[in-house]
Design a protein around this ligand. Structure first.
Ligand SMILES: [Zn+2]
Length: 152
């Protein structure tokens, strides 16, 4: 039996399915880059959010648009969606990539998290110091002379 190559650079694209806890919100996501960002900012730390960021054409909300509510804070750019029934936040629109979808890898249902994470490279991100570090995630230069904001 041939060994399957699971390295993130050579893996073929794969569809994953996920959702909230109560089942109202369901989505699928096509993963091409097997990279997860583990952010330590104020909200990600409390949510335990593990970021899988994909362009909009790779994300499809299958059901539950009407159940979603949105929390905004700080700059208000990020749309922190959550299920209005069970409170779980399976995906949102991040400040770093407002046109993209940011899926919480913990909310993918195809495999247990510890198995799922073996497919991905997990990169720590110091979101507590968002302005100094955001250029690591995007092509934007670091924001200079900005009000000392925390994070989104
Ligand atoms: Zn729910």
């Amino acid at each position: 039996m041939a060994m399957q190559d699971d390295s993130s650079a050579t893996r073929r694209p794969q569809i994953f399915h996920g959702g909230c806890h109560c089942g109202a919100v369901k989505f699928q996501v096509r993963v091409e880059q097997f990279e997860i960002i583990d952010c330590n900012c104020s909200i990600c730390q409390k949510k335990g959010f593990l970021h899988l960021i994909v362009p909009p054409e790779q994300f499809e909300l299958l059901q539950g648009a009407e159940a979603l509510q949105t929390y905004r804070f700080n700059t208000g750019v990020a749309q922190h969606h959550f299920c209005g029934i069970c409170g779980i936040a399976p995906f949102y629109r991040p400040r770093s990539h407002p046109q993209h979808y940011d899926v919480n890898a913990r909310c993918l249902d195809d495999e247990p998290l510890e198995v799922l994470l073996q497919h991905f490279e997990v990169q720590p991100f110091d979101g507590r110091h968002w302005e100094q570090n955001i250029h690591q995630l995007t092509d934007q230069p670091p924001v200079e002379g900005h009000e000392r904001l925390r994070e989104s």
